[in-house]
Design a protein around this ligand. Structure first.
Ligand code: R5P
Length: 292
């Protein structure tokens, strides 16, 4: 197997190549003055199984196109198999028709990636695993939640209360709980499908005097975490931390979360930023090594 060090995840791909010992294929890339993307694989892929490591956080459209272009270039140059490692998979949240007239965006993306030559896709903590059933080729999701929980244990935080901001994400809090060893619970959240605005319900939680870590798959505007932190503080939590796989942290999200009294924001390198304190490299390397 060869690891394609794609432009959106070059550091992560370098780490994966280091941990697996697989050869690297570097990529020359640039954006033309009119905004179009250019990529060129700088290595021989003939007869090889190649794993392209490319996240698709903003600017998601050009990163998706780059991914498609790299896959097509690999096939054109006779790669035997192309696996896309897409730590953050853009458009995965539009996985069904919520309102009449919409598109199922992730299904369109999946068909586009198939047309480009991708044979298999691995992503990390996709919002809804069901979305992967829309893919016309093998696609699966792996979880980074145990790694995030371990980050806290390694820093001496044990038996913390693992909280999910809504019932749907309770499976995430439960995965964290198995590592942290404390209690687990969830808040209630409703989303207005027209405006996208969310509201949270202040249900009672047994968090007085406790360290609470809010776990989520994505932090986008930060509204969910700010709302949850407020409720936890009102209910007497001693300290509140937050951890997510995909720290999109749009605009002033980080500041708003810290201003709400959250001690620390811990994210993975699925979306590279200064909050990427946990690398996905060991998790992805393990997956890739199992394939050879
Ligand atoms: C959606 O339900 C996700 O799990 C996250 O809770 C959501 O994307 C977070 O969005 P925001 O940070 O804008 O509240």
């Amino acid at each position: 197997m060869k690891i394609v060090v794609a432009p959106a995840s070059s550091e992560l791909a370098e780490r994966i190549a280091h941990l697996t010992g697989f050869e690297k294929i570097l990529v020359a890339s640039r954006i033309f003055p009119d905004g179009e993307s250019y990529v060129r694989l700088e290595g021989d892929v003939q007869g090889e199984h190649v794993a392209i490591v490319q996240t698709t956080c903003a600017p998601q459209d050009s990163r998706l196109l780059q991914l498609a272009f790299m896959a097509a270039a690999a096939k054109r140059n006779k790669a035997k198999k192309v696996t896309a490692i897409v730590p953050y998979l853009a458009y995965a949240r539009q996985d069904k028709i919520f309102l009449q007239g919409e598109n199922i965006s992730i299904e369109t993306i999946a068909k586009m990636l198939q047309a480009a030559g991708i044979d298999q896709l691995i992503t990390v903590n996709i919002h809804e695993a069901n979305a992967l059933e829309l893919f016309p080729f093998p696609a699966r999701t792996i979880t980074a939640i145990p790694l995030l929980a371990k980050y806290f244990v390694d820093r001496g935080v044990k038996n913390a209360f693992a909280l999910s901001p809504d019932k749907g994400a309770m499976y995430i809090a439960r995965q964290a709980q198995t590592i942290l060893g404390g209690e687990v619970g969830h808040l209630e959240k409703q989303r207005d499908r027209y405006t996208g605005q969310t509201t949270q319900t202040a249900k009672h939680l047994d968090v007085k005097g406790k360290i609470v870590i809010i776990f989520d798959d994505i932090i986008s505007t930060g509204g969910t975490i700010v709302g949850a932190a407020k409720i936890l503080k009102e209910q007497g939590a001693q300290k509140v931390f937050t951890a997510c796989v995909h720290g999109l942290l749009i605009g002033d999200a980080e500041k708003r979360i810290l201003d709400a009294g959250v001690e620390e924001i811990v994210c993975t390198d699925s979306v590279p930023s200064k909050n990427s304190k946990v690398s996905l490299a060991p998790l992805i390397s393990q997956e890739l090594k199992a394939q050879v």
